[in-house]
Structures are given as C-alpha cells and as structure tokens.
Design a protein around this ligand. Structure first.
Ligand SMILES: Cc1ncc(COP(=O)(O)O)c(C=O)c1O
Length: 333
C-alpha cells in the first residue's frame, strides 16, 4: 500500500509536469511532506535531508550534531517546566544515544569490528548502526527474538540498510548473554543500550551543559547509564534532586548501583518504578492520549517507552522550584 502510494506520487510528478513548473512542483512537494508525516516516516526523510545539508559542510570525523542541546522553557497550565532537548541532537543518534556512544567510538582502532545487542524496538540499534557506518566499522546487531527478521519492522530494516549484520536469537539466549556480560562474540562488545564505563563522560556532558543547578532534574532510565553519568558529573552535596523514572520493571541491580552512587556524593535520588506500565515496551491508551496532547500543545514528540512515562510522572508529582526534564529522545520508525 505504502509502496504503491509512493510510486503513484512519483509517477504523478514525472508525467504531469516538469520541475520547471514551480507552482505545481511546490504543490506536489507539499503532498509529499504531508504523506511522509502521516505515515511517520519523517525521521528517515528528515535524516536524509539532514545528511544532505550538513555532511557536506562537516569534517569527515564529525557528526552533524546539534550540541549543546537547547534548553527550552515550556509554559504549561499551572506550571513552568524546562526541557533539555537532547531529542534534537540528531534524528537517528537521538537523545542520550550520542552521549553514550561517543566514548565508545573514541576507543576503537580504525575499522575495528563491533558487536552490539538490543530488542526489536531498541533505539540503540539504529543509532549504533548509523554511527558504525559513519566511522567505518563493521557491526553485528544481535537482536532479541529468534522469530524476527530484518523485515519485521522499520527499525530493523533501517539497521540493515546501514550495513548492520543482524543476528536473531531466542529471548532465553539473550537473557543468558546479558547475565554473562555479553561474552563470546567477536569484535569490540558494545553492551545493550550502549551502556558501559565509556558512557559516563558523554552522559556527564548533559550536566555540564546546564548553566545553573536546577532544583530538580527528571529523566527516563533503562540501564541507568545516563543517570549514572549525570551523577558522576555533579558536585558532591549538590542541591539538585535527581528523579529517575524507570521504564523497566524490577531494575533492582541498576537502582541499587545508582542509589549508592548518589548517597556517596550526598545527592538526593528519587527512584520512580511505579510508572513503567507493566515493563519495557508496555503502556496504556491513556498514556498515549496524554503524550499526544503534550505533543499537540508543545510540538515536542514523546516516545511511549521512555519520555512518555516521564511526562506521566511529572503530571502526578508536584515539584517546587526549577524543574528540568532531560528529553532523552526516541526515534519513531
Ligand atoms: C529514548 C531513551 N530514553 C532513555 C533511555 C534510558 O537510558 P539508560 O539506558 O542510559 O538508562 C533509553 C535507552 O537507552 C532511550 O532509548
């Protein structure tokens, strides 16, 4: 259906007028954009445009990144909220992805192969695929779910289009690998979600980009690499209270580690694990509805896995003083 519609618009363009007819050409371009937005493939479209505009003017070892990410003030009914738009860093290496990957790519030797891991809807896999291609590293993506293939969703198709070799394994094998620390694969291992000691420095930059110390810093958490990097960059006894909204059910090990890290620096960490809506990849129709309303009133998209849950947390929690929400991105394919 999608392919037919795309082909029909393209044929219309070619058959009915030439690009010299500016009015008609403009009209069809508007149709194209409406179509792409309707079918939510604008990330891929935007990405290709962005590459086109920026790669030509950048040095080959740089990404076209929007850094430092902007800090915007939202005037919402009954409250002011600041939002750090890490989602605008890059269309694919979005949110905390480059923050986590930067240190990893710095330690690689040229052409070193990489193996990484993720779920079929992981934001990490496309980001790693894009970065590996850009820096010239072959990459294997080990995906949770032996029943899947590269055509199972747009995200996996994108990974393959970037040259990532996909390998599909059972959920139990994936769980075993996670418990064993991702051993047994060739090349440099990039753990699930891009987590690892290499991520600390890059995630710490989120904190260092803030001009002052807010009263509250709120962000989504999965592996806790981002929270941990931020805590590592904060000074001891910092007045800023950190709120980590876990998108994952029962992340006990991760919670314990960051709670100890915060306590050692006398920083208050609030751990929220009641708003995961049943676990990773789960949400409710009302959550989607609220996210849509938020997007409509602010123009800022939220993914239901992570930032949608942060918004649900903020709606239920009253916080005094300056509140900064770190928008950790999330790509829709
Ligand atoms: C959009 C988004 N937000 C938040 C997170 C959680 O980050 P972390 O795993 O560093 O806790 C992820 C996972 O990497 C993510 O994709």
């Amino acid at each position: 259906m999608l392919t037919t519609a795309l082909a029909a618009i393209a044929a219309f363009e070619v058959v009915f007028f030439s690009k010299h007819d500016k009015t008609l050409f403009g009209f069809v371009k508007i149709l194209w954009v409406q179509f792409l937005f309707k079918h939510r493939i604008y990330n891929i479209w935007l990405c290709s445009k962005l590459h086109h505009c920026t790669f030509t003017t950048m040095k080959s070892d740089q990404f076209p990144f929007n850094l430092p990410s902007p800090l915007e003030k939202l005037h919402l009914p009954g409250r002011d909220l600041w939002i750090k738009r890490d989602d605008l860093i890059h269309p694919i290496v979005s949110g905390n992805k480059w923050r986590k990957l930067k240190g990893f790519f710095q330690i690689l030797v040229p052409g070193e192969p990489i193996t990484t891991f993720g779920g079929a809807y992981s934001n990490h896999l496309p980001a790693a695929a894009f970065a590996a291609k850009h820096f010239g590293h072959p990459i294997i993506g080990v995906v949770r779910g032996e029943e899947l293939n590269a055509r199972s969703n747009g995200l996996l198709a994108y990974c393959q289009s970037q040259g990532m070799a996909l390998e599909f394994i059972s959920r139990s094998a994936f769980k075993f690998l996670r418990e064993q620390g991702w051993t047994g694969y060739r090349g440099r291992i990039l753990p699930e979600g891009g987590a690892g000691p290499h991520a600390l420095e890059g995630c710490g930059e989120i904190w260092r980009e803030l001009a002052d110390e807010p009263d509250h810093l709120v962000l989504a958490s999965g592996t806790c690499a981002t929270v941990s990097g931020i805590l590592a960059a904060m000074p001891p006894h910092c007045k800023t209270q950190v709120h980590a909204v876990s998108a994952v059910k029962g992340a006990l090990k991760e919670h314990t580690a960051v709670q100890q890290q915060a306590s050692a620096k006398h920083i208050t960490l609030h751990w929220e694990d009641e708003i995961h809506f049943g676990g990773f990849g789960k949400w409710s129709p009302s959550l989607l509805e609220e996210d849509k309303k938020f997007e409509k009133s602010t123009g800022i998209p939220l993914d239901p896995n992570y930032n949608g849950k942060v918004w649900a947390y903020l709606q239920r929690t009253s916080l005094e003083g300056k509140v900064v929400w770190i928008h950790t991105g999330g790509v829709r394919f």
